[in-house]
Write a protein that binds this ligand. Structure first.
Ligand code: FUL
Length: 520
């Protein structure tokens, strides 16, 4: 598809949206969208202005604020101690001796997780719920005489403990004989219908992009799947092979140094559905793929785009070397130090952390994992409970200054003057404070804008550089050697349109982590 036909399609979608909206004309001018078309004649500066005004949907924003989500890999692989099952293991092997999803939810909640995503079906095709559309499921196992339903126990436990629920449904299926034929799409649709109709509110649907070597090529009917999900679970985000949440591109737990939420929307003429998608015009033109490059959203990467969209990163990583439980990995559970480091490099680099904690053969999270999660949560709680800048007086330019709470209180944020793309904010800490962590947050509900910044501290009568960074987005965390000072200055060196700041914080890591943070 050429840029002009893409643009026409996007404009058509926007027009369709306006028609169903009673405030269409006001909306067309004022409402900000999570995507925008780039016109053939747009100048570079117009493209950058458009990028700076793309915003998350309400659901994407709420999702970002969760920060930490748990993944639970559990299934046939748990019992065969494999990571990718053949799809032909005997269903009777699935037999947890003491499945307790309540324990999972308690442990995950105590670790600070806000949602948990269960592998309802992994690549081997074994279903954790008694699907009507296959016998390869818990209903053919000896567990609870084939009357059990792990998905139900999982969602009930999550809700009881105040966790949102997500479900992973592997598109690649090594058991289903229809895989690789059009009939498989019907199977996947039927499974989606079951999972999204019978288990209450589902907040994230995770479509893995992985397909093993030698697997039959598959052409999934993604747009039909998206439409069904929007119908059954209008608030759910569709992740990875879906248009709402992007896989960060590695499984290491470490995000990009420069992480833009607004990136070019990849569109492919042949695959564009001609049907309109009502409130979800993006769905019909989005082509899923894994985004693994280093530079997804720099100015240069935007100039040749046909359209831009808000596509935030999710950083998935397992607490163990494997995704599924394997007893031989009990002693390789990530340490508290590693988990804290991962938090700083995922949540602290503008993405959501999706931390996998597998359940074992009993159907429990093991003590090894619980111990690491407890330590992880304790360190974060201790670090972020006291913001050493919360009493500060904040000055912009020569202004008199405002109390921190007046500037960054509920739903308030600082916004640089119009037509400025550099700025500096000074924090008078009212006395000397010692800290080794800085936190910046942009007000992403108006867009992601900051491109480069540094933080200075006042030392012996002058400013000295403390740390620096590129993108901020929802959250940027930086560690450095502890400094003692009474004044700090944030200098925004470059921004797409006027910058905003929703929050600024200075913190001190607990004693034993100081050494660790120096190694950065
Ligand atoms: C990968 C899968 O192959 C792994 O088994 C795991 O589920 C991970 C989250 O995604 O692509």
């Amino acid at each position: 598809m050429t840029r002009s036909t893409t643009t026409t399609h996007l404009l058509f979608c926007l027009f369709t949206f306006a028609l169903v909206n009673p405030f269409s004309s006001a909306f067309a001018q004022e409402k900000k969208f999570n995507f925008v078309a780039i016109g053939r004649t747009d100048t570079k500066s117009e493209i950058i202005t458009k990028a700076a005004n793309v915003v998350p949907t309400t659901e994407q924003y709420e999702w970002q604020k969760m920060e930490c989500i748990a993944f639970v890999h559990f299934g046939m692989n748990t019992f065969t101690e494999t990571q990718i099952g053949s799809g032909h293991a005997d269903p009777n092997l699935f037999d947890p001796t003491g499945l307790d999803c309540d324990q999972w939810a308690r442990v995950l909640k105590n670790a600070g997780m806000k949602m948990a995503i269960l592998t309802a079906k992994h690549h081997d095709g074994f279903c954790l719920w008694p699907s009507r559309f296959t016998d390869y499921s818990v209903k053919s196992s000896r567990w609870k005489n084939g009357k059990g339903d792990v998905v139900k126990e999982f969602v009930d436990a999550c809700r009881k403990h105040g966790l949102k629920v997500g479900l992973y449904l592997s598109p690649w299926d090594r058991n289903n004989t229809a895989y690789g034929t059009p009939a498989y799409n019907t199977y996947l649709m039927n499974q989606l219908r079951e999972l999204l109709s019978n288990y209450g509110k589902i907040s994230e649907v995770w479509f893995d992009g992985y397909r093993g070597p030698g697997a039959k090529p598959e052409s999934y009917h993604w747009h039909g799947h998206y439409r069904l999900i929007r119908q059954l679970q209008p608030d759910a985000l569709i992740a990875v092979m879906g248009p709402d949440v992007r896989w960060v591109g590695t499984e290491s737990g470490y995000g990009r140094e420069t992480e833009w939420d607004v990136i070019p929307l990849d569109v492919n003429g042949e695959n564009i559905s001609k049907e309109e998608d009502g409130d979800h015009p993006l769905d019909s033109i989005f082509i899923p793929r894994n985004y693994m490059g280093d530079d997804l959203g720099s100015r240069d990467s935007l100039y040749s785009a046909s359209a831009l969209f808000w596509y935030p990163a999710e950083t998935d990583v397992s607490i163990r070397p494997g995704w599924f439980y394997d007893s031989s990995q009990d002693t390789s559970v990530k340490s508290v130090d590693q988990l804290v480091d991962i938090y700083f490099n995922s949540v602290g680099k503008n993405s959501v952390l999706l931390l996998n904690v597998p359940a074992d053969k009993r159907g429990l999270i093991s003590d090894y994992d619980i111990k690491a999660l407890d330590g992880f949560h304790r360190v974060l709680k201790k670090t972020f409970s006291v913001n050493l800048s919360s009493d500060a007086i904040v000055r912009h330019g020569g202004e008199k200054g405002l109390k921190y709470a007046k500037l960054f209180g509920d739903h308030r944020f600082w916004s640089g003057p119009d037509n400025t793309d550099t700025s500096s904010l000074e924090f008078d800490l009212k006395g000397e404070k010692t800290f080794d962590v800085a936190m910046l947050q942009e007000e992403i509900t108006v867009g992601q804008r900051i491109e480069k910044f540094h933080v200075d501290y006042w030392d012996e009568g002058g400013w000295k550089k403390l740390t620096e960074g590129t993108t901020v987005g929802y959250k940027r965390l930086l560690r450095f050697k502890p400094v003692k000072t009474s004044r700090v200055r944030l200098v925004i060196e470059s921004s797409r349109l006027n910058p905003t700041l929703a929050n600024f914080g200075l913190y001190m890591l607990p004693e034993r982590y100081v050494q660790f943070s120096h190694s950065e």
